[in-house]
Ligand binder design. Sequence first.
Ligand SMILES: *[C@@H]1O[C@H](CO)[C@@H](O)[C@H](O)[C@H]1NC(C)=O
Ligand SMILES: *[C@@H]1O[C@H](CO)[C@@H](O)[C@H](O)[C@H]1NC(C)=O
Length: 466
Amino acid sequence: MASIWSSQSFWTAVALLATASVGAAHDSISNQVSLGICRKATPGLEFAVCAQSGGRTAHITTDGSAVVGTSNGIWSRTTPCYKNITDNTEFCVYTSESFAENHGITIMTSPSRAVQFSHIPAFADPETVRGVNRDIVYETEHGRRSDQPPLSYRVEAMPGKGYGVVATKYLNRGDLIMSTTASVVIDYALFESIPGEEVKRMQTIAVDSLPPLHHARFMNLSTHDATEGHEQIVTKILATNAFDIEVDNDDEYGYFVVFPEISRLNHDCRPNADYHFDHQTLTQHIHAVRPIAAGEEITVSYMDLIKPRKQRMDKLKHTWGFECSCSLCTQNRAMTKASDARIAQIRDLRDEFRDYTVTSRATPEMAELFISLYEQERLDAMLYEAYSYAAIEYNGDGEPWLATKYARLAIEAGLMSVGTYDVDVIEMRQLAADPWKHWSWMLRKSRRMQWGKKEVVKEERKVKTE
Ligand SMILES: *[C@@H]1O[C@H](CO)[C@@H](O)[C@H](O)[C@H]1NC(C)=O
Ligand SMILES: *[C@@H]1O[C@H](CO)[C@@H](O)[C@H](O)[C@H]1NC(C)=O
């Protein structure tokens, strides 16, 4: 799932706007190349990940020219395939049982995308996924391997919510709680070309191809309601537990992905943890976004958090079938009203920050209020967003040190919530490195001054003649 706000197109649009009217030569996205993404690209192959500079994706391109290789024996099984002769597409089930120290993965996609998958670091360089699935890979029939450090959480039955994840020790803000590689990956494109019944059949084969322990973990997930038959159970587990993973290229389909361990985390409207996906390693990371006490439940959010109570409750009921019972949904009327008022103001202010014309009323003081509203709302999982806007506003007003302060805060919070390859985090790193060279430098001030230029000139003349 991509973050609510950090769309590449958003910053690109801002950067373009800035370049267009201020005239500063700036190329915000493609300047960033040395992120160490291409450690071991396959020699002789113009690897899509390397061609893509920065950004948070291992860009899986559909550009046929990049696909000259084969999957190099990565897939231990590729069955079955479905060919649609009308739109000339083909989709297969690709399975690698040895992926990530024998954790295994199964991917339903087209043959060309399967080749691209096989070239991303997760497959091309097994070192990049070593130790990721700590909780699963080191588990034996007799429990955890003794040479492994204990986990900082356990899965427990929770009254009224099935299972949940509970911290077994105090966790600091920023602590990594778990990292898990994708288990079942389904290319959204196939839903358009394969009949529903066939999709279900292929999904079941995909899930059944996973190594035994991994398979058992998958089958143990919640189906949300009663089911009968293996195929129906698999379908319901997928529908209840999958995450949407977007790719940065708007023209391409994203993926529907299950991470069995992560699916155990319950929802909270003010979660204490957040997740982000790394396309290079097909890994989902969970970090604490505020201190978590031993014994406290670890939670994430399943949806956009900047919504008033009624909308939040409707969405949870409609999509996941539960009544929101988190503290924010159950507080008294006066508090709910105050919270909804803050959410409404957050939305209004955000519109102001996103307006880069001279008529925008955005100021650094407004950004301070914005941060305060996030804090009052306990939106720790989204603070990076508030800090990023503040950094841009201070820089736009010609305050390099306050801009740098907030850019640093945005990076610190962003690494937990969206990860190092996120376009916004990259943007903040550029700002912090040299605020004066960043496209936002004096953006607001110079626009507003240009707007008032005539007045200023008149004033000066007056002074001279006197
Ligand atoms: C083939 O794909 C098209 C859309 O691309 C779809 O309308 C059609 O139903 C598919 N054919 C079959 C047999 O599934
Ligand atoms: C299902 O998961 C729960 C929680 O981790 C565990 O206690 C239970 O033993 C699992 N059941 C099976 C059949 O694996």
